[in-house]
Design a protein around this ligand. Structure first.
Ligand code: NAD
Length: 501
């Protein structure tokens, strides 16, 4: 197994070319510099990774035009051929998985143990949608006595994909792979805080034989390149992953050109532990689902609701686990929690720790910065919280868990549903009837019973309320990236109403 020193040496080799050229946009199959630059820095030590071409409305226009020009050709490529190209992309992701993971860790602060798997999950996303590509256009036959109706699906056109900085490579593949499989062309605007692996993905797609203009990459700010993409008339739809309030802005920006939107937004997901649960397994899952991926993870279980009768013992064991979490360098294979994405986000998380204290919750662990270099925050645990506290209602998106207790099932459900969000819910109980009742009543798009988040790609992924609009996964992704057309073919000479005779 590689150690930290080996990882750093290999990373240095991968970054050398970016130090030279900067991270360029890729438009119509070619490197496309911009008029200006911005910087991407590592949250490990604030060192400069590379300068990044700053895309503005002009570069978005260039990319959208390229995507529009490439669309008829790519839409006409047979599903089998699209499948082959998408599998080649997956092959190349696997070949470069170590490079992708090293760059992702350095750019985002995420720990190697998770990013090495996330890079491979990117390949899996491409393989999954590659295999669906040949059947993507399939429709239904809906006969009547006079007509044969048949439906067919068609790619909606050039689409914009706007992604956030948390696990950016995996999330980008999760959006781009189904769009390409459906026959859409894409303009990708990655998060300004984590541009590195989006560039690697664009290069890989290009090297795998994706025709020029089918996937275009434009880096830039949300208010610049992001806004321009959502307003561009050639772009038919926007797939967006990010904060709920950014989703609202995108909806407004896209209104003029009637954009179709797909939103994966924020969450404040409850994990409910009932007294009849397998408490050892529940504890493992609670710790994993809140402290993995630095909790910069939309499906993290950031609210723990534990039944009063078992709360003292369960919370004591939890506190012990939290204090033993291994915070360290993201490229050290032993690290469980790395630095947060940047100083601004670290300040936000520390601000919530201050809020929690002011609100009267009990700080059991963490709440402070670790060290003077880098964006490290000690894993934080608050107990004795009330459902009306900000730390129990707002998305913190850092290593920060808020615990509350409940008397019975009814109270647990009231607390769980009393937030703006509705992405995921986790239920721990050995009572099957309760599991079904609670799952049914929870206001969330995805529920896991007696499990941490385990993704199965054919299942629908998405949220309700302020957590999103639309579903991804399996055929649900094609519902977004494709239009359904009905064709009615007369079977004979049915009587046509005569006017003007
Ligand atoms: P963000 O909303 O700040 O930014 C996301 C992207 O939107 C970035 O690329 C940004 O440049 C762009 N953007 C910002 N303003 C824009 C505008 N006006 N027009 C167009 N684009 C604009 O989100 P973030 O801080 O990068 O990511 C964290 C958030 O993402 C959290 O709330 C998290 O829960 C959410 N998230 C949700 C899911 C999910 O599946 N539901 C998955 C991952 C992350």
């Amino acid at each position: 197994m590689s150690d930290l020193a080996t990882h750093l040496a290999r990373l240095d080799g991968h970054l050398a070319r970016f130090r030279e050229t900067g991270i360029l946009n890729l438009i119509d199959g070619r490197d496309a510099p911009s008029d200006g630059w911005f910087e991407t820095r590592s949250p490990v030590d604030d060192s400069l990774i590379a300068r990044v071409a700053l895309g503005q409305a002009a570069q978005i226009d260039q990319a959208a035009r390229a995507a529009k020009a490439a669309f008829p050709g790519w839409a006409a490529v047979g599903g089998t051929q699209r499948k082959a190209i998408l599998h080649r992309i997956a092959d190349l992701i696997e070949q470069r998985a170590e490079e992708i993971a090293l760059c992702e860790c350095w750019d985002t602060g995420q720990a190697w143990r998770f990013m090495s798997k996330a890079a491979l999950r990117g390949a899996e996303n491409f393989r999954f949608f590659a295999d669906l590509a040949p059947g993507a256009r399939d429709g239904q036959t809906l006969p009547t006595p006079t007509h044969m109706n048949y439906t067919s699906r068609h790619p909606i056109g050039p689409v914009g994909v706007i992604t956030p900085w948390n696990t950016p490579f995996m999330l980008s593949t999760w959006k781009i792979a189904p769009a390409l499989a459906a026959g859409c062309t894409v303009v990708h605007k990655p998060a300004e805080l984590s541009p590195l692996t989006a560039r690697l993905l664009a290069e890989i797609c290009h090297d795998a034989g994706l025709p020029p203009g089918v996937l275009n990459l434009v880096n830039g700010m949300g208010e610049g390149a992001g806004r321009a993409l959502t307003e561009h008339p050639a772009i038919r739809a926007i797939a967006f992953v990010g904060e709920s309030r950014t989703g609202s802005a995108i909806m407004r920006q896209g209104a003029e050109t009637l954009k179709r939107v797909h939103f994966e937004l924020g969450g404040k997901n409850p994990v409910m532990v009932f007294e009849d649960a397998d408490l050892d397994r529940a504890l493992d899952a609670v710790v994993f689902m809140i402290y993995s991926l630095n909790v910069e993870r939309c499906t993290s279980s950031s609210r723990l609701l534990v039944q009063e009768s078992i709360a003292p013992a369960f919370l004591e064991r939890l506190a012990g686990r939290v204090r033993r979490l291994n915070v360290g360098h993201p490229l050290d294979p032993g690290t469980e929690i790395g630095p947060l994405i940047d100083a601004g986000h670290m300040a936000k998380v520390l601000g919530y720790a201050a809020t929690g204290r002011d609100e009267g919750a009990t700080l059991v662990a963490g709440g402070n910065r670790l060290g003077k270099t880098g964006c490290y925050v000690a894993p934080t645990l608050f107990t004795d919280a009330r459902p009306d506290m900000q730390i129990a209602r707002q998305e913190v998106f850092g290593p920060f868990l808020t615990c509350m207790t409940f008397r019975d099932e009814a109270e647990a459900l009231t607390i769980a549903n009393d937030v703006a969000y509705g992405l995921a819910g986790y239920v721990w109980t050995d009572n099957l009837a309760r599991a079904l009742r609670v799952s049914d009543a929870l206001e969330a798009g995805m529920i896991w019973v007696n499990s941490e988040n385990v993704r199965h790609l054919p299942t629908p992924f998405g949220g309700v309320k302020a957590s999103g609009i639309g579903r991804d996964g399996g055929d649900w992704s094609f519902d977004f990236y494709m239009e359904t057309k009905n064709t009615a073919l007369a079977l004979g000479h049915h009587p046509i109403p005569k006017l003007g005779v």
